[in-house]
Design a protein around this ligand. Sequence first.
Ligand code: SF4
Length: 283
Amino acid sequence: MILRASYGTIQKVNGKSSLEMDTAYFMLGERCVYNCLYCAQSRSSTSPSHFLSRVIWKEIPEDLLDELNDCFKRICIQVVSYAGYREDLRSIIPRFRIPVSVSVRAISVEEVTEYFKLGADRVDIAVDVPNETLFEKIRGGKYERHLHILEKAAEMFPGKITTHVIVGLGESDKDIVDFTVWAKERNIVVSLFAFTPIRGTAFENRERPSLERYRKIQLVTYLLEKNLMKPENIIFDSNGKIIDVEWSDEFPEEALKTRGCPHCTRPYYNESPRGPIYNVHWR
Ligand code: SF4
């Protein structure tokens, strides 16, 4: 089993970080069987195997896991889909005494059920690309099937399912808004990420989304999630780009912050400390 912790997690455990970070982040495995074109761990990527997004992950001994229960409020395990990952999760999940989020490309509802039985608090099934054509081109596999698993898992484990959306993979603003509404109706938490080009991936030369666009998406998704706005209050152009929102109050600061499972802050996951900061991790 190859288990890595994010650099920030290790610094925190060693008392060398003052970042507000209540979640410890782990990556289980390396080199995925899937080939998501933006991902450092994908089958065809030539990125070093200790990368996921722009974060460096360091291999850790398994006995470090027991120390973490006192340092953090949540554990997040990012699972790379390699042969045998389910077996390894069976041995890791029960070791924690604090809530565990398992982020995994689950292939069935039975798989999701197993993680909850093992003691997981939440399961994240990342959609990443909320557009059928682009999903199938960029991630591979059937979009409809992916949404079906997400939907069924949310029905069986109400309020316990998270998904990820990456802004900047060719989708329109409307794709993200429509998906947010779909997820909210099913009580699925949507966590936003900004696309980050990683050397060695097929998308290494693509641009990040503009900060202006990202702020717009943060605002509308936040307002929709909090029932402060209806989809009808968002005005799109013919390409699905948001051109206006019927919202006259100030920009709510909360909308800028990292959203997702409770206590998830993901410091500098998408951004360099030099900025621009997409998801604000400090409280
Ligand atoms: S929202 Fe945060 S804690 Fe939850 S699965 Fe995603 S990265 Fe992990």
